[in-house]
Design a protein around this ligand. Structure first.
Ligand code: FE2
Ligand code: FE2
Length: 198
């Protein structure tokens, strides 16, 4: 089967559209986090946004290879959710949910179609991307929980906190409001993530 006439081409276009949306939503979230002073959280979100950019790039590359000629248009029927408000904690939860959907439903289904149509490489692309989205989902879930329970900068047991600005370290149950060395605000304290989350 030619990729140009396949369902897989349409799935690649849907995946591309989904990744572009996810990337933009995360850029919004990063913007909000930075505005609220969560500098280190914003950095983490930015890294995920960059991952989504590269997923989009890979999907786009496979679409390009479907024909030597210009592909004028691929009609895509897909959902375009607009769930987010300017609520950082809630948006982290929504991001985790979206990633879970991609990881466990959408990309495995696309991989199955690609396999049926004989596109082994593209099947692999969808499956590998699904694995990354699983990690993204866990990362966002972890960040959401930390925000919701107030444990981002405060724990039951003493731990080492490190300033991303100047490198100052200190072991205590909670992080400083303002770095004693460089005076950076709490948002510059490096976050503790679950091991499998990033
Ligand atoms: Fe992605
Ligand atoms: Fe993702």
């Amino acid at each position: 089967m030619e990729l140009l006439e396949s369902k897989t081409l349409n799935n690649l276009a849907r995946a591309y559209a989904g990744e572009c949306q996810a990337r933009t939503r995360y850029e919004f979230m990063e913007y909000g986090a930075r505005k609220e002073g969560y500098a280190c959280l914003a950095e983490i979100i930015d890294k995920v946004a960059y991952n989504e950019f590269n997923h989009a790039r890979m999907f786009y590359t496979y679409i390009q290879q479907a024909s030597d000629k210009t592909i004028d248009n691929v009609e895509v029927c897909a959902g375009y959710p607009f769930k987010e408000k300017w609520d950082l904690t809630e948006n982290l939860r929504l991001a985790s949910e979206d990633e879970k959907k991609e990881a466990f439903d959408i990309y495995p289904a696309f991989a199955k179609v690609a396999k049926q149509e004989g596109f082994k490489e593209i099947e692999r692309l969808f499956l590998m991307t699904a694995e990354v989205e699983k990690c993204h989902s866990m990362l966002f879930e972890d960040l959401f929980n930390q925000m919701k329970t107030g444990t981002m900068y405060k724990r039951k047991v003493a731990m080492k906190w490190k300033c991303a600005g100047c490198g100052y370290e200190h072991t205590a149950k909670s992080a400083w409001q303002e770095c004693p060395l460089c005076r950076a605000k709490q948002g510059f304290v490096m976050l503790h993530l679950n091991d499998n989350a990033e």
